[in-house]
Design a protein around this ligand. Structure first.
Ligand code: SIN
Ligand code: MN
Length: 274
């Protein structure tokens, strides 16, 4: 999938692009069918909220066929390669739960702060592309962006290890207020199957989910191959060390049961299923 010149210009200016319903109901259905089975496993790749619900499932593309296909999907990988003008590898792959009633906040942050400080990523030549597995509306904790904030480059950050169960390098309130005074806040929303790509320096957050609707989304964090991480401190499931460029599958891969993908983490004797 090639971006238009207008889309590239919008991305440069705003730091994000929204593609409404890029994946069909049937494709999203194939992904959603796999999530409960992944979330009920007791494995280190499932980081839970204080409530016990899964906040983030990491690395499913290495042990689940459907998500392994998604990780090689041309509708996700090609736009990022187009923007970065380079081949990419998977730095991180996650399925965030943001469960109904209990899904917790993500404080204001830039992803590149964590990628740089914790993983030794040299430059902000990585970015997230997200696919909504549920409808995202104003009530279920949509991502919030400060348009144009990516142009500020790397901002100061503090390591928040207390607010939630997931340590994160976060922006201070003064900085966030100044950025919002200038750029405002947007919360891109859409039906399941919608896709959102955003710059590694985009300042973003999401509030808790008090609604009765879960807000599950998959995030592929794709890094330019030349920008591979130099000093990882986090476990492999949070910061991958396989820098092999992704080779895309066909556009219909999610619905084609004959497509084969490697699953290197599929056989793990430590995993217990509830
Ligand atoms: C993230 O910023 O990495 C995730 C935020 C969210 O899922 O709301
Ligand atoms: Mn983030």
């Amino acid at each position: 999938m090639k971006l238009t010149d207008k889309q590239i210009k919008t991305f440069d200016e705003d730091g994000y692009l929204l593609f409404p319903e890029l994946f069909s109901e049937e494709e999203v259905g194939s992904l959603n069918a796999e999530v409960p089975g992944l979330y009920k496993q007791h494995r280190k790749e499932n980081v839970r909220e204080k409530s016990g619900e899964v906040r983030t499932n990491f690395g499913a593309h290495l042990y689940n066929t459907t998500f392994a296909k998604l990780a090689r999907h041309p509708r996700l990988v090609e736009p990022v390669m187009h923007i970065l003008k380079e081949q990419v590898y998977m730095h991180q792959f996650k399925i965030n739960g943001k469960a109904a009633f209990t899904g917790d906040v993500w404080q204001w942050h830039q992803d590149f702060a964590t990628w740089h400080n914790d993983d030794g990523m040299p430059d902000a030549r990585a970015m997230n592309i997200a696919i909504f597995l549920d409808e995202v509306n104003e009530f279920n904790g949509p991502l919030m962006f400060i348009p144009g904030s990516h142009k500020k480059g790397v901002l100061g950050a503090f390591h928040d290890t207390v607010t939630t169960t997931y340590p994160l390098w976060c922006c201070d309130e003064d900085t966030v207020k100044k950025l919002i005074d200038r750029g405002g806040i947007v919360a891109p929303k859409g039906k399941a199957g919608t896709v959102l790509v955003f710059h590694g320096c985009m300042v973003h957050s999401s509030s808790s989910n008090l609604s009765p609707w879960s807000r599950r989304s998959v995030y592929l964090s794709l890094n330019a191959v030349s920008n591979y991480i130099r000093k990882p401190t986090r476990p492999e499931f949070k910061a991958h060390m396989d820098f092999t460029p992704i080779r895309c599958l066909g556009d219909d891969c999610l619905l084609d049961s004959s497509v084969e993908v490697p699953l290197p983490w599929a056989e793990n004797p430590e995993i217990a299923i509830a």
